[in-house]
Design a protein around this ligand. Structure first.
Ligand code: AMP
Ligand code: MG
Length: 413
């Protein structure tokens, strides 16, 4: 095996391996979390028409200029305009229309007096306050001008963006499709519940983690939960399930021992097995099998999740068209001394607590939070990972970090 690659080098290798996602058209209901693949031009202005911002009475500012608590102005109520009324008559001088929030302002009216400033009358109304022209009127186009681009290609579609797409009249959007990913776990020791464990066997967990994480990005995932460590069986299983995959992700069988099924089966296929200068997640492999990109992760569950975070997640997000592909990194003060291996970047599971404001005061930008490790460095310690909300990064040149030292922390949630 050659010289270890740096984390950055291998991250770039995986990123360039993945194909860019296709574009697909989906109903808005299925677009959340996806990246927009078109400019959305507003089919209507928002609001589409001048409308009332309050429940109250539409009037002419000039007719009610002198109104006050002591000397109310009384006007006949000539029409009733609930929201949704499309045939509202014009407002004649010296009259008022009862109007509800969102209802169109009648021609001739230029102001709305809120109902709280009136006696609420339905035949005649007494108005206890003046209102200047434009009061409680939401102007057509104040939010969006019809014909303008409301959402740009590349926008990440969250709740607000989808709301806007709906508001400008769209039912569907062109978005980046998810990749189709085959997740395959190797290991003769792997068993699925409810089968009881015999001595030497364990329950399979990597495919559950990987599928959950990858699906959460908007990809379709097929799962083969366990393939025995036999090269022919592995090859056959891969051939059978990989046909429609844009990406294959395996776990296990890539380290330095014997019975490394993935390595044994794919080295001759041109998949490159390499060491990355990190812990956990040192042994890695990637390349293509029959034209399909493949990323072969190590077997230990913590190595799998850390490898996913460091290499796969940013590569998948980039392939799906995201601009922000990396988790936020913050500085934090270590609550405990940590030791790390020389020459490898160590990712320890940790719990980050943001800075606490002194009293009820505000937090200043320069104050760092604190971080404590959860579990040791062992890559089998999955339970500790469930207690973590971050990865503590101990750089390659660090062999120990004292309590109180500042470290980089990758926020996972
Ligand atoms: P390997 O890289 O295949 O040598 O696996 C390293 C360690 O991870 C071994 O202890 C395996 O039993 C364990 N392991 C491998 N695959 C899985 C899996 N899918 N679920 C849980 N543990 C696994
Ligand atoms: Mg194995």
């Amino acid at each position: 095996m050659s010289q270890p690659l740096s984390v950055a080098e291998y991250k770039a290798t995986v990123a360039t391996l993945l194909p860019a996602a296709r574009t697909t058209t989906l109903p808005l209901e299925q677009c959340h979390g996806r990246v927009l693949a078109e400019d959305v031009t507003a089919g209507v202005s928002l609001p589409p028409f001048d409308n009332a911002a309050m429940d109250g009475y539409a009037a002419r500012a000039a007719d009610i200029a002198g109104a006050s608590e002591q000397s109310p102005v009384e006007l006949p109520v000539a029409a009733d305009i609930p929201a949704g009324r499309t045939d509202g008559p014009p407002l004649a001088p010296g009259t008022a229309h009862r109007i509800m929030t969102g209802a169109p302002i009648p021609d001739g009216a230029d102001t709305v007096v809120k109902v709280e400033d009136t006696d609420g009358g339905t035949e005649r109304v007494r108005l206890f306050a003046a209102a200047s022209s434009g009061n409680s009127v939401r102007r057509a186009g104040e939010d969006v001008t019809g014909g303008d681009v409301a959402l740009r290609e590349g926008t990440l579609l969250g709740a607000a963006q989808l709301g806007l797409a709906a508001a400008v009249g769209r039912a569907e959007l062109a978005v980046k499709a998810g990749l189709r990913v085959l997740v395959l776990s190797t290991g003769t020791e792997l068993v699925l519940p409810p089968e009881p464990l015999r001595h030497g066997q364990i329950y399979e967990s990597n495919s559950i983690m990987l599928a959950a994480a990858i699906r959460a990005l908007g990809c379709e995932v097929d799962v083969v939960r366990s393939v025995v460590d036999d090269v022919d069986t592995f090859r056959e299983t891969l051939a059978k399930h990989a046909e429609h995959a844009d990406l294959i992700v395996t776990s296990g069988g890539v380290s330095a021992g014997a019975y490394e099924v993935v390595k044994d089966a794919l080295t001759s296929e041109g998949v490159r097995f390499t060491k990355v200068a990190m812990q956990p997640g040192g042994p890695q492999g990637s390349g293509t099998v029959n034209g399909t990109p493949i990323v072969t992760l190590p077997g230990n569950p913590v190595s799998v999740l850390v490898s996913y975070e460091v290499f796969l997640r940013p590569a998948l997000l980039a392939a799906l068209g995201h601009v922000h592909v990396d988790r936020p990194v913050v500085r934090a003060r270590l609550l405990e001394r940590l030791v790390a291996p020389a020459g490898r970047r160590q990712f320890r599971r940790g719990f980050y607590s943001p800075p606490v404001a002194p009293g009820a005061g505000s937090v200043t930008g320069s104050v760092t939070g604190t971080v404590g490790p959860r579990g040791g460095p062992g890559s089998h310690l999955l339970a500790a990972f469930t207690q973590a909300n971050c990865l503590i990064v101990l750089p390659e040149d660090v062999i120990e970090m004292d309590e109180g030292a500042e470290v980089d922390v990758v926020l996972l949630s």
